[in-house]
Design a binder for this molecule. Sequence first.
Ligand code: NAP
Length: 248
Amino acid sequence: MNPRKNMTALVTGASRGIGAAAAVLLAEQGMNIVVHYHAARDQAEATARECERRGANVMVAAADLRNFAELERFKAKLDAAGLSPDILVNNAGVSHYGLFTDVTEQDWENVVGVNLKGMFRLTQLLAPAMVRRRYGRIINVSSVWGIAGASCEVLYSLTKGGVNAFTKALAKELAPSGVTVNAVAPGAVETDMMRDFSEAELAALRAEIPAGRLARPEEIASLIRFLASPESGYITGQVISPNGGWLT
Ligand code: NAP
């Protein structure tokens, strides 16, 4: 019997990019999928259809990760549907480019709100049931910049450094309960997040990456799929960086 058959995976930010690719790969494993999104309902529904084509039962639900009350309502919807995720992929994130000195309070609220506050609260809401079942997989999507830091991405880098520290600390707290917590820290990936880069900037980026190209979202999702699997149970507290050799 497929041990994943009765499992539920929740992927935040599954309307687009890495999250959509992860939801589809997890759907192929035979799990129930919760497709979370913020505003892009049509795209979230398109992801859901892709998951359903692979045989998964799918729920689509929105929540603004910056808002604790919305996350509590989101959790209540899962409860009402009888869904308690065994796998939580904290993928949704926003970037920010600009000089450190130009960062406003609104920028701070937005980037810290999505990348850290929302991830923290959603995990707080969902981890207790994993602990009770003595099984769970929490995968946080970080970035190479959370390890190395990037000029003109200080705010973004600090949130991803926070994701990495959160991962390591929570992994220690939850390991005795059979719940693993890992971070996936991609290099540059072909998604909407890169859409503000000009062709010249993208060419310069490719030249810096030993693999000579950006990653496809599926190449990040395949690592998420492995960390979500029952077979990955002895890996916890790790920050793993698929980056084409960019950062070693
Ligand atoms: P993306 O294509 O820009 O998608 C971002 C996702 O986050 C969307 O699903 C979006 O929902 C959701 N989101 C944005 N604001 C939100 C909010 N306030 N509340 C809830 N959800 C919100 O991003 P991506 O490139 O796939 O990135 C996914 C993760 O990978 C992020 O954590 C990012 O930091 C990380 N990452 C990306 C790259 C890269 O090069 N692309 C590199 C390293 C790390 P809607 O569609 O509904 O707006």
